[in-house]
Design a protein around this ligand. Structure first.
Ligand SMILES: CC(C)(COP(=O)(O)OP(=O)(O)OC[C@H]1O[C@@H](n2cnc3c(N)ncnc32)[C@H](O)[C@@H]1OP(=O)(O)O)[C@@H](O)C(=O)NCCC(=O)NCCS
Length: 185
């Protein structure tokens, strides 16, 4: 699945239309805004609100898109960014066979199949790239995300206890992975 140009037209489970397309460097600001918005929900993302500025994140995302080794896909509707999946790969290190996945869908567009579609597209890319492993971290109470990852064949590798501080509490992180060469997809 090499996606070029304007991307693929899709229909959400509730009938709304959206487009899956590759990220462009000019998406940096919209993606930084999306991440900031979802961080303010305070439940799903590892990084806490205020820990990173939007301009610096927009710059970092644009650089990531320019660097060919990563995957950045955007879900778009009515010319607005509504979701994103990232798979980052560190080249030249002993873990260069691994892609690290993160995904974010704006609240209004959850539970209509977009996350599952984005994860499937990232898995196709991982196969094309010859990656041996796609890994991710998720909070144990993020049932929706766990549903999507398990549906797509990710397995639990372990739990890092009290890995992240959230205000005055500490949250565990579930580590999950998908192994392309072992998958029957
Ligand atoms: C997690 C996320 C990426 C999933 O994407 P999505 O587009 O909402 O997912 P989908 O619609 O493809 O699938 C969600 C599934 O979870 C199910 N679900 C929703 N809430 C659930 C819950 N509390 N418990 C179990 N399943 C749940 C939905 O019913 C749906 O299953 P179905 O297709 O069988 O009905 C998206 O919701 C999101 O971005 N959430 C906020 C940020 C986040 O959590 N990112 C991941 C961090 S690891």
């Amino acid at each position: 699945m090499i996606m070029t140009g304007t991307g693929q037209a899709k229909t959400a489970r509730d009938g709304r239309r959206w487009t899956l397309r590759p990220g462009r460097p000019t998406d940096g600001r919209a993606l930084a805004r999306l991440f900031a918005e979802v961080r303010t929900e305070g439940r799903w993302l590892i990084t806490t609100p205020g820990s990173i500025t939007e301009p610096s994140e927009a710059f970092w995302i644009a650089e990531m898109i320019r660097a060919a080794e990563h995957l950045v896909l955007v879900a778009e509707a009515d010319a607005e960014v509504i979701g994103n999946i990232l798979v980052s790969v560190d080249r030249g290190v002993a873990t260069e066979h691994i892609g690290v996945l993160s995904i974010t869908i704006t609240a209004d567009w959850r539970d209509v199949g977009i996350g599952t579609a984005l994860v499937a597209a990232a898995q196709d890319w991982a196969v094309e790239r010859g990656l041996r492993k796609v890994s991710l971290g998720v909070f144990p109470d993020n049932e929706r995300a766990l549903t999507v990852y398990e549906r797509r064949g990710f397995v639990r590798e372990g739990v890092r206890r009290q890995q992240y501080r959230s205000g005055t509490t500490y949250r565990d992180e579930v580590l999950m992975a998908w192994f392309p060469q072992e998958a029957t997809r």
